[in-house]
Ligand binder design. Structure first.
Ligand code: HEC
Ligand code: HEC
Ligand SMILES: [Ca+2]
Ligand SMILES: [Ca+2]
Ligand SMILES: [Ca+2]
Ligand SMILES: [Ca+2]
Length: 464
């Protein structure tokens, strides 16, 4: 009897599915709430600009003094470094991945996955061996450090050459549609000395750099309040803050930047980028990343290789890049996508709203109501996305929820739609299909949606 009852119910739900063109008509609302607030994703910093340069604008509300520094930082962000000695921008390398900030963050947006993995690009591999350093961070791979450079100045052997192979991963939707994801498998093709067999690798690609000051200005209390480390509410989603070493204050701080929230501030991220990505020593990291290696820079007499105010200008620049406004939020398909985003629990991690606290020295990013769509927390994203390399409190399966603001403008600004931590996803749909672990249910909701519902969800994301 009971069984028959269930069969009847499921028969009816099949009928329902056939009769409605979509799975989610019942609760459709007519508009997205707080529309004007939601358009201004970056609060008062927001720019209404949806062309090629949507990511490269100073915050709308920047004061004159900050604007001056921002413009100086803008110029520095674009400087390409060359081998010392030289009159302008010497000090490149000896080991490096690319020669300027902008080359890995094109137009302040994101780098594409390179067609030749050893060309100058926005892609690199981090590395470490099991264990931790004295601050609880990754344990450097002897002879290679924490980042692998596949470029070196003339006459010097690069640490390594990267290699990538692919494995097909077909995904089938409820309606029979199939998409074949290509899982990248990274390895080291060549190295200047033997590459340790126990060394782990983590692929990273240059993410967009706008709106970051607002993310730095979200209060720590606000972020850790959303943690649910042991999933006490049993919704399958935990969320954990990273705590990382801050080389500036010489203490442990909340991690906010990098794909694993592995750096605490934009200052440290930028200083680390100069040092590791370009080989430019600075007042935070004053020793060459390749110091002591046989292919490293032997002469430290020119360190630090940039003036202190250059690092500070670039840091303020990244802190004060405006967020572009959302678009099309009144279109019926987008409104529907907004509901499905909630229904599929995307919003449990991609938390729409935050209010920033006070940020010393930059009033423009202080006390702003923003819509970044991130909780700034780490989540287990499953085996498919795992790099197997811990980074402070982040395990080999955990990544920080990406902000989604501005994501719909990636194609027009950067001419590609390569998403996720290594740019493996060819479009937003593939980015969703790679979700697993805590996001497995959300992903399954998506693959169970009708085509029109999937399109609506994508339309919403593209409107951000
Ligand atoms: C070789 C490519 C490369 C270069 C050069 C480079 N970056 Fe990056 N950048 C990256 C990658 C990759 C990440 C992500 C790092 C991670 O997850 O650990 C990143 C992350 C960042 C972030 C944090 C973004 C976020 O959302 O968390 C900032 C800020 C940043 N870079 C600024 C700079 C600045 C400033 C420079 C120049 C001094 C620079 N970068 C040079 C590749 C690069
Ligand atoms: C459990 C938390 C969680 C849930 C639920 C979740 N995401 Fe994500 N999302 C993440 C994390 C973490 C990343 C970064 C993963 C990576 O780069 O490897 C991410 C990345 C993305 C990206 C790529 C962003 C970029 O900058 O490359 C998109 C698009 C995205 N998510 C959309 C969605 C949608 C749509 C849903 C609902 C169907 C969803 N996410 C559900 C945590 C989540
Ligand atoms: Ca150097
Ligand atoms: Ca190195
Ligand atoms: Ca939970
Ligand atoms: Ca030097």
């Amino acid at each position: 009897m009971k069984k028959l009852f269930y069969i009847t119910i499921s028969f009816f739900s099949i009928l329902l599915n056939i009769s409605c063109s979509s799975d989610y008509d019942e609760t459709t609302v007519k508009s997205i709430p707080n529309l004007s607030e939601r358009y201004k994703t970056g609060g008062e910093t927001t720019v209404f600009e949806n062309g090629f340069f949507s990511f490269d604008n100073p915050a709308s509300n920047l004061n004159t003094q900050n604007l001056e520094t921002h413009l100086a930082g803008d110029a520095q962000f674009e400087q390409a470094f060359v081998t010392a000695p030289a009159i302008t921008n010497p000090g490149l390398g000896a080991q490096f991945n690319n020669t300027s900030c902008v080359s890995c963050h094109p137009k302040d947006g994101r780098a594409s996955f390179p067609s030749d993995i050893n060309s100058l690009s926005g892609f690199f591999l981090r590395t470490s061996i099991p264990g931790t350093n004295p601050h609880g961070g990754p344990n450097p791979t002897p002879g290679f450090g924490e980042q692998l450079q596949n470029q070196a100045v003339y006459g010097v052997t690069p640490e390594v050459k990267f290699q990538v192979d692919y494995q097909d991963m077909p995904v089938t939707f409820k309606d029979g549609t199939t998409v074949t994801l290509k899982k990248p498998i990274y390895s080291i093709a060549e190295s200047y000395i033997d590459f340790p067999s126990n060394a782990m690798l983590s692929p990273r690609i240059g993410p967009p750099v706008f709106g970051l000051g607002l993310l730095e200005a979200i209060t720590e209390e606000d972020i850790i309040e959303k943690q649910d480390i042991n999933d006490a509410d049993a919704d399958g989603i935990s969320g954990k803050a990273n705590y990382v070493w801050d080389a500036s204050s010489q203490s442990i701080k909340l991690g906010r930047f990098g794909w694993k929230a592995n750096t605490p501030t934009i200052l440290i991220q930028s200083a680390g980028a100069y040092n590791n990505d370009i080989g430019i020593t600075n007042y935070i990291f004053s020793q060459e990343s390749s110091f002591g290696q046989t292919n490293g820079e032997q002469n430290n007499n020119d360190d630090p290789e940039i003036a202190n105010d250059i690092l500070d200008q670039v840091t303020l620049y990244c802190r004060t890049l405006a967020v572009p406004a959302a678009r099309n939020l009144e279109e019926p398909e987008v409104v529907r996508g907004y509901e499905l985003f909630d229904k599929a629990k995307c919003s449990s991690c991609h938390t729409p709203k935050h209010v920033t606290g006070n940020f010393t020295g930059i009033p423009a990013i202080s006390n702003q109501t923003i819509y970044p769509y991130t909780d700034m927390l780490l989540h287990d994203m499953g085996e498919g996305l795992a790099d197997g390399r811990p980074d402070f409190l982040a395990t080999g399966k955990e990544w920080k929820t990406r902000p989604l603001w501005g994501i719909g403008l990636t194609r027009i600004v950067n001419g590609h739609t390569n998403f996720l931590h290594d740019g493996r996803a060819k479009n937003i749909e593939e980015a969703i299909l790679w979700h697993g672990g805590e996001a497995e249910n959300s992903k399954n909701m998506y693959t169970n949606f009708s085509k029109s519902d999937r399109d609506a969800l994508l339309a919403f994301i593209n409107a951000l």
